[in-house]
Design a binder for this molecule. Structure first.
Ligand SMILES: [Zn+2]
Ligand SMILES: [Zn+2]
Length: 343
């Protein structure tokens, strides 16, 4: 089978590997759609494990099952989570699924014709796709679950002002979810084109990032933001977040600057205003179930965010589109299709 091996963002090689056969408790899934995630292009995050087969936003079809598998059969349409928490450790029991200390297996990357799903993920991380969710839509399941978790941690309430800094795919999902919660959503990005997407996604106010965001926010909204969600890693974005949050408000780091970057926190200023800083990393099973529900019921629509579909052979182009971030939002790789897929 063909796989894409990632060495860095500009060196991704299509290689041949033997097609795996499932063991007793494993299943083999043919990858139909796999999204390129914003985290896939973060080299400092991925390089320590390179070369690797990336891709963790996987929608596919079961083609073979091990002899002891009873929950799935060939032909089933599934979404496969990249890893599953144990659900019994201290962290899982307290809702910190992303930091579970007993994660057994990692799913092999989805930029491949097939993925062999390990037993623990067959048991607790493989979800049958409802009829109304397409393979392409299923690639939003994992990023939407992460967005669900971040907004849950921030305890976002109806009527609050939510400022989303950075309108890539995740930022736009934050805009949509904020609107679904009847919040007033303000979006900012350095690319004017992204603000067009943000408006289409429902943002009430959009602000170009090179403007004085807190000032414009105050002028147009009458107050600063109750919740600021950072979906950009530039230090200037962090600075904007510090200055755009309302007293008693919350700043959520959904994206963070690289490990070599130092961030100065105006702690004294925050202390006297009771401003909270949160981080949100990945998602847990309850968030995935919520994301399935949001997609199935059409509460969150995602088709308008799909800008590109490319065959596996064009994955370098896909990465370039995501790295440049100008003309793309969601780029989906379709390993099963070599017909130069169109949307
Ligand atoms: Zn992701
Ligand atoms: Zn655990």
């Amino acid at each position: 089978m063909k796989v894409a091996k990632w060495y860095n963002n500009t060196d991704i090689r299509i290689e041949d590997m033997p097609k795996p056969a499932p063991g007793r408790n494993e299943i083999l899934v043919k990858v139909i759609s796999c999204g390129i995630c914003g985290s896939d292009i973060v080299e400092w995050y991925r390089l320590p494990r390179a070369p690797l087969i990336p891709g963790h936003e996987i929608g596919g079809q079961v083609v073979e099952t091990g002899e002891s598998v009873s929950g799935f059969k060939p032909g089933d349409r599934v979404f496969v989570a990249p890893k599953v928490p144990c659900m019994i450790c201290y962290y899982c029991k307290n809702g910190f699924h992303p930091v579970c200390s007993n994660v057994k297996d990692r799913l092999p990357g989805g930029f491949a014709e097939y993925v062999l799903v390990p037993a623990s993920i067959v048991a607790a991380g493989t979800y049958i796709l409802p009829e109304s969710i397409s393979y392409d839509q299923s690639t939003f399941m994992e990023p939407l679950a992460c967005v669900v978790r971040a907004q849950k941690l921030a305890a976002i309430q109806q009527g609050q002002t939510v400022l989303v800094i950075g309108c890539g795919m995740s930022g736009l999902l934050h805009v949509k979810l904020g609107k679904a919660k009847s919040c007033k959503v303000v979006a900012t990005d350095i690319q004017p084109q992204k603000l067009v997407y943000a408006e289409r996604a429902g943002a009430d106010i959009t602000i170009e990032a090179d403007e004085n965001v807190p000032e414009v926010l105050l002028a147009r909204n009458g107050r600063k933001a109750d919740v600021v969600i950072l979906c950009a890693s530039a230090l200037s974005a962090v600075e904007q977040a510090w200055n755009s949050v309302e007293k008693g408000g919350t700043i959520v780091f959904f994206t963070v600057p690289g490990p070599d970057k130092k961030v100065e926190i105006p702690l004294n200023y925050f202390w006297t205003r009771e401003i909270k800083i949160l981080t949100s990393y990945y998602c847990g099973p309850p968030d995935i179930l919520k994301a399935i529900d949001l997609l199935e019921t059409g509460t969150i629509e995602v088709d308008d965010l799909i800008t590109h579909k490319l065959p596996l052979e064009e994955i370098v182009k896909g990465y370039r589109l995501v790295v440049e971030g100008r003309d793309s939002v969601k780029v989906i790789i379709t390993p099963d299709d070599d017909s130069n897929g169109k949307i």
